[in-house]
Design a protein around this ligand. Structure first.
Ligand SMILES: NC(=O)c1ccc[n+]([C@@H]2O[C@H](COP(=O)([O-])OP(=O)(O)OC[C@H]3O[C@@H](n4cnc5c(N)ncnc54)[C@H](OP(=O)(O)O)[C@@H]3O)[C@@H](O)[C@H]2O)c1
Length: 349
C-alpha cells in the first residue's frame, strides 16, 4: 500500500454498493492514472453481517459472491462479532461509503454507521437518504461540509437525483448567488409512469410497467405519493438553501389523481406533467417547499425531458436561469456520484 492508497469500508452491497465495486474493478487503472490514487476495500456489510480485513478484501470475489446470490456471512473474513457501525469504528478507514436501504422511520442502520464514521474521523459518502432526511443538522455538525478542513467530510451528491448534479450545482456552482426558486424533477419513476399514462395506459398498467423495469421503490407509495421526491427536497433545502427542514414542512401530493384528460392536454400542447419539487423564496428569505404534479408548458426548460429523465432548474439573482438534466440507466449514475464525491474529497486532502 502506498501513501496514495485510501482505505474504505462499504456498507450495503445491493445495486449501488455492488456496482461501486464493479466500477472500481473496471476503472481502478484510470483512477490511478487520472487522479493519482488507489482505493482499497477493508470492510463490507450486507444484511447477513460484516466482513473485515485490515489488509484488504478481494472485491472481485465479493462481487461474484453477491452476483451469485450469496451473502457476506459466507466470506472467510466474516466477523460475526462486529456490527456495521463497530466495523467502521474498528477500521478507522479514510472513507465510509454508505449504501444500506433508506429507512425513514429511524434512519437505521445508516445513521449509526455514519455517526461512527464521522466520530472516528472517516469521510462519509452517502447514497442512502434516511440519515440526511432525519438527522441532517446532527451529521452536518459532526462534519465539515465544505471541507475537509480538519473535520471529516460529509458528501451525498448522489442522494438527490443520482448523477443529476442538484447538490453540487446548488452548493458549488451557484455559490455567491441567491436562489429565488428551484424546481426539481428528481423522481424518475413518476416520470416513466406519467409518460406511459399519457400514451393511454391505466395507472395500474403504468405502475406495473415501471415495476417490471425494476425502478419502483419496494413500497410504491414512496414514488407515486410524492414521498421520494419530498425526501430529496428536504435534503436539498437543508444542504443547499440552508433552511432547517423536515418532511413536516412540505406540502406533498402524488400522482394518483392525475387524469388521462390532463395528461393528454399537457402532452398535446407540447409539454408534460411531472412531479415537481419547488422551493420558492419569500420576502423574508425563507423558502416555501412543495411537491406536486405540475403541468409544464412547452416553453418550460424541463418540458422536453425524455422518459425517465430527471432535471432541475435554478432561478437565481445574479446568474439567471440554470438548467441541468440527466438520463440514467440503472444504478450506474448514482454510483458514479459516490465516486465523484470520493475523488473530490481526495483532491482536497
Ligand atoms: N438504486 C438507485 O438507483 C439509488 C439511487 C440513489 C440513492 N439510492 C439509495 O442508495 C441506497 C442503496 O440502494 P440500492 O438500490 O443499492 O438498495 P438495495 O439493492 O436494496 O441494497 C441494499 C443493500 O443493503 C444491505 N443491507 C440491508 N440491511 C442491512 C443492514 N442492516 N446492514 C448492512 N447492510 C444492509 C442489503 O443486504 P442484502 O444484499 O443482504 O439484501 C443490500 O446489500 C438506498 O438507501 C437507496 O435509497 C439508490
Amino acid at each position: 500500500m502506498n501513501e496514495h492508497t485510501h482505505r474504505f469500508v462499504l456498507t450495503g452491497l445491493g445495486n449501488i454498493g455492488r456496482t461501486f465495486l464493479e466500477i472500481l474493478i473496471s476503472r481502478g487503472d484510470s483512477l490511478r492514472r487520472r487522479y493519482g490514487f488507489d482505493l482499497r476495500c477493508v470492510g463490507v456489510s450486507d444484511s447477513s453481517g460484516v466482513a473485515y480485513d485490515p489488509d484488504g478484501l478481494d472485491i472481485a470475489a465479493i462481487v461474484a459472491l453477491k452476483r451469485g446470490g450469496d451473502r457476506v456471512s459466507a466470506l472467510p473474513q466474516h466477523r460475526p462479532d462486529l456490527s456495521s457501525a463497530r466495523m467502521v469504528e474498528q477500521a478507522g478507514a479514510e472513507f465510509l461509503l454508505e449504501a444500506t436501504p433508506t429507512n425513514l422511520q429511524d434512519a437505521q442502520p445508516g445513521l449509526d454507521i455514519v455517526r461512527a464514521a464521522l466520530r472516528g474521523g472517516s469521510h462519509a459518502v452517502l447514497a442512502s437518504k434516511g440519515p440526511l432526511v432525519l438527522a441532517y443538522a446532527e451529521l452536518a455538525g459532526m462534519s465539515d461540509l465544505a471541507g475537509p478542513h480538519g473535520a471529516p467530510a460529509l458528501r451525498f451528491s448522489g442522494a438527490v437525483g443520482g448523477a443529476l448534479p442538484t447538490i453540487n450545482v446548488g452548493r458549488r456552482d451557484l455559490a455567491g448567488a441567491t436562489i429565488n426558486r428551484a424546481e426539481l424533477i428528481v423522481n424518475g419513476t413518476t416520470q416513466v409512469i406519467l409518460e406511459e399514462m399519457a400514451t393511454g395506459m391505466s395507472f395500474d398498467q403504468a405502475l406495473a410497467a415501471a415495476q417490471a423495469q425494476g425502478i419502483v421503490e419496494p413500497d410504491p407509495a414512496l414514488d407515486v405519493d410524492g414521498w421520494d421526491a419530498a425526501n430529496k427536497l428536504v435534503i436539498f433545502a437543508n444542504a443547499v438553501l440552508a433552511q432547517p427542514t423536515t418532511l413536516a414542512d412540505l406540502h406533498v401530493a402524488g400522482i394518483r389523481d392525475v387524469s388521462h384528460e390532463e395528461l393528454r392536454a399537457a402532452w398535446g400542447a407540447g409539454g408534460r406533467i411531472s412531479v415537481l419539487g419547488v422551493a420558492d423564496r419569500q420576502n423574508d428569505g425563507s423558502y416555501t417547499l412543495s411537491v406536486a404534479p405540475v403541468a409544464l408548458g412547452p416553453d418550460h426548460p424541463l418540458a422536453r425531458l425524455r422518459k425517465g429523465e430527471m432535471g432541475a432548474v435554478f432561478y437565481s439573482d445574479i446568474i439567471g436561469r440554470t438548467t441541468v438534466a440527466s438520463l440514467e440507466d440503472g444504478p450506474m449514475g448514482s454510483t458514479q456520484a459516490m465516486l465523484r464525491d470520493v475523488i473530490e474529497i481526495v483532491g482536497r486532502i
